[in-house]
Design a binder for this molecule. Structure first.
Ligand code: CA
Length: 234
């Protein structure tokens, strides 16, 4: 079955262009012209990807993104128009998976859409293949990663991780003891054509440390390798 994409964009011409091009690629497309409708369609339709404009009537894209992130893991590709919006998308704990700045070419847009959908497919396949194996859980002392439930426990208590924080922790944990460059982490966790830059990795590492390190200022699990990247120690 073809993948379903929800487009949230209030400019009729752009909404129409995106819909036309995505439909032509074989995707099922739903559209919303304001934030409230976007929330309703996302909840009812369970799309595989949400393309979300920021300046929207009723409820803006920032608010929609924040609300959706608490409810679902669906990848969100933000459409930004201004530099200050980009800063907020990257800097805030919004949970958007990628963004693209207006005006953009259709070719670039379609590449981003495909990259996000491919990433989600890979994660799903990985989780599916792991769920048939007996080893569904990775333990590091009092830290437990439950892969099938995508849940992390610290001292047997679940801690709230955003989807990207979980993906990052899982990637680090799977490569325990190895020095991982920011570029490699970006490519493997965010996708090779994510445009956010390596600062995104640092920000997520900082959030993770606050959640899984006893003393985030003196981390024992996610170690900074000066000038290079990070190394995970169980
Ligand atoms: Ca708009």
């Amino acid at each position: 079955m073809s993948e379903k994409i929800l487009i949230v964009e209030d400019e009729p011409a752009l909404q129409e262009t995106l819909t036309y091009n995505l439909s032509r690629q074989g995707y099922q497309v739903e559209t919303a012209g304001d934030g409230q409708t976007a929330l309703r369609l996302a909840r009812e339709g369970q799309p595989d990807l949400i393309v979300l404009d920021i300046m929207l009537p009723v409820l803006d894209g920032f608010e929609v993104c924040r609300i959706l992130r608490q409810e679902m893991n669906t990848p969100i590709l933000m459409l930004t128009a201004r530099d200050d919006e980009i800063d907020r998308v990257i800097g805030l704990e919004l949970g958007a998976d990628d963004y693209i700045t207006k005006p953009f070419s259709m070719r670039e847009f379609l590449a981003r859409v495909k990259a996000q959908l491919r990433r989600v497919r890979l994660i799903r396949e990985e989780i599916d293949s792991e769920s048939v194996l007996p080893k569904e859980v990775i333990r590091f002392g009092n830290l437990t990663l439950d892969l099938t439930r995508r849940e992390v426990l610290l001292n047997d208590r679940p801690i709230a991780l955003k989807p990207k924080e979980f993906d990052l922790l899982l990637f680090l944990a799977r490569h325990r003891g190895q020095v991982l460059t920011r570029e490699l982490i970006l490519e493997r966790v965010w996708g090779w054509d994510f445009s956010g830059g390596s600062r995104t990795v640092d920000v997520h590492v900082r959030w993770l440390r606050e959640k899984i390190e006893e003393n985030p200022a003196d981390p024992k699990r996610i170690i900074t390798v000066r000038g290079t990247g990070y190394r995970f120690e169980g």
